[in-house]
Every structure is written in structure tokens, then in C-alpha cells.
Design a protein around this ligand. Structure first.
Ligand SMILES: Cc1cc2nc3c(=O)[nH]c(=O)nc-3n(C[C@H](O)[C@H](O)[C@H](O)COP(=O)(O)O)c2cc1C
Length: 180
């Protein structure tokens, strides 16, 4: 299985990217290839500006993925602008009938609102978003002495496991359908 994780924080060393690494670690099996695109490291232009090499590569990787996991920080009870801009560059080409899982990270309380809104975008792209999602908050992480995210709560790890299980079940069904 070919999986893509899109981490939608505009800041390096983000909790969204930390969660992406944990998700990748849980999916990683010899039969799975997992790639993380941490959007803050990619030159994705504002929609309407000239295309970049990174943009073309982003579109190709997203198109070739069997399933996509999308993560966002909670920004004013919604998802991040950098993520919306990146998704606006994509289309049915990348998402039609594709299994998707969603996660978010908040500074205060755990909050599902950013993902409720992201689900509407997924519907607009004809993606198949699995119901199980991950909503973390700062209480779910600890940082190390260098100030890097280093520890995730067991509860959140288990929740990630449930989300991955439902995503992989759906991805197995859709992949076999495409190969008939
Ligand atoms: C512009 C902006 C708006 C934010 N709005 C909220 C909010 O409404 N609720 C909340 O709990 N945290 C909010 N936060 C805090 C972030 O959600 C929190 O710091 C998150 O962990 C950042 O994720 P990251 O480390 O992946 O960048 C906001 C942060 C920023 C920069």
C-alpha cells in the first residue's frame, strides 16, 4: 500500500508533524510505503501564482497514493490556511474515491470542529473520509529538553491505531476493486 501523510502546519517542528511521524511508525510494514509531506518544507505557491517543481511533485505523489492522511493544527476552530491552499491545488485527480483519514492538534481543548470542516472539503473532492479521526491537544504531548515533541500519550497512540485500522480496511477494499 502506498500512503501519503500531509501535515498542514506552517511551522517547522510542529505537533502536526510529530503526529505524522507517529502515524507513519504505526503504518510502517514491509508491504507499505509511507511518505510524509510536511507542507512548511514544501514550496507550494499561493493558488494563482506560478507553479513550482514542488507543486508538481506534490500533485503526483498525492495522485499515486492509495490512501491519504491529512493533519492540521486548529486555527480559530478551523483548519490551517496553508493546508487549504495546498488542497485547492488538488482535484478529483488525486481524491476521487480515495480513502482519507483526518487528524488535528489544538492548543487548548481537544476539538473536532477543524475536522468537521475538513470533512466538507473531502466531500467536495469526492474522497472517502473514514469516520474515525484523531483530535489531540497540547496535553497529549510532552517535549524533551531541546524543546522538541518527544512523547505522545498512550491514549492518543491507541486512537491513532484505530484510525489507521479503519483507513487500511477501506484502502484494501478500494485497491482490490481498482485491480479487478
Ligand atoms: C492563528 C492561530 C489560531 C489558533 N486558534 C486556536 C483555537 O481556536 N483553538 C485552540 O485550541 N488552539 C488554537 N491555536 C493553537 C494551535 O492550534 C496549537 O498551538 C497547535 O498545537 C499548533 O499546531 P502545530 O504545532 O502543528 O503548528 C491557534 C494557533 C494559531 C497560530
Amino acid at each position: 500500500m502506498n500512503l501519503l501523510i500531509i501535515s498542514g502546519s506552517p511551522f517547522p517542528g510542529s505537533s502536526a508533524a510529530f503526529l505524522a511521524e507517529e502515524i507513519k511508525a504505526q503504518i510502517e510494514q514491509p508491504e507499505n510505503h509511507v511518505e510524509i509531506i510536511d507542507l512548511c518544507q514544501w514550496d507550494i505557491p499561493l493558488l494563482g501564482s506560478p507553479a513550482t517543481e514542488d507543486l508538481e511533485e506534490f500533485k503526483t505523489i498525492a495522485r499515486e497514493a492509495d490512501a491519504i492522511i491529512i493533519g492540521t493544527p486548529n486555527y480559530h476552530t478551523s483548519f490551517s490556511g496553508i493546508l487549504k491552499n495546498a488542497l485547492d491545488h488538488l482535484s478529483f485527480d488525486q481524491f476521487e474515491g480515495k480513502p482519507v483519514a483526518l487528524y488535528c492538534t489544538s492548543g487548548g481543548m481537544r476539538n473536532t470542529d477543524p475536522l468537521a470542516q475538513l470533512r466538507i472539503v473531502m466531500r467536495g473532492l469526492h474522497a472517502l473520509a473514514v469516520p474515525t479521526q484523531v483530535c489531540a491537544s497540547s496535553a497529549d504531548y510532552q517535549k524533551n529538553e531541546k524543546g522538541e515533541y518527544a512523547h505522545l500519550s498512550d491514549e492518543m497512540k491507541q486512537r491513532i491505531g484505530k484510525m489507521i485500522d479503519s483507513l487500511m480496511d477501506l484502502a484494501t477494499m478500494t485497491k482490490s476493486k481498482h485491480h479487478i
